[in-house]
Design a protein. Structure first.
Length: 117
């Protein structure tokens, strides 16, 4: 399984970006896909996830501003980020998970999002 993120970059506060994560390889039957982020000097944190049946969850800090969607035909998950804030600056990582007897996580290499004032 390979996860490849794209769409990061530099944006002014209040602006928007859309991240994409394309899954390839043995990518069927993920229980969930999502986005995590890690800011400098901080731990990686959950941003948003979406299950195989389309149920989404969000961190409180991004609710109402970010939207996660997926295209099953393209094995791609998206993160639409609106009203970006300085504190959204981080490396954003795509995650895919299979949950059975044990949980198996797959990670992308990350894409940098920088929000400037």
């Amino acid at each position: 399984v390979q996860l490849v993120e794209s769409g990061g970059g530099l944006v002014q506060a209040g602006g928007s970006l859309r991240l994409s994560c394309a899954a390839s390889g043995n990518s069927f039957s993920f229980n969930a896909m999502g986005w995590y982020r890690q800011a400098p000097g901080k731990q990686r944190e959950l941003v948003a996830t979406i299950t195989s049946v389309g149920t989404s969850t969000y961190a409180d800090s991004v609710k109402g501003r970010f939207t996660i969607t997926k295209d099953n035909a393209k094995n791609t998950v998206y993160l639409q980020m609106n009203s970006l804030k300085l504190e959204d600056t981080a490396v954003y990582y795509c995650n895919a998970a299979r949950v059975g007897i044990m949980r198996v996580d797959y990670w992308g290499k990350g894409t940098l999002v920088t929000v400037s004032s």
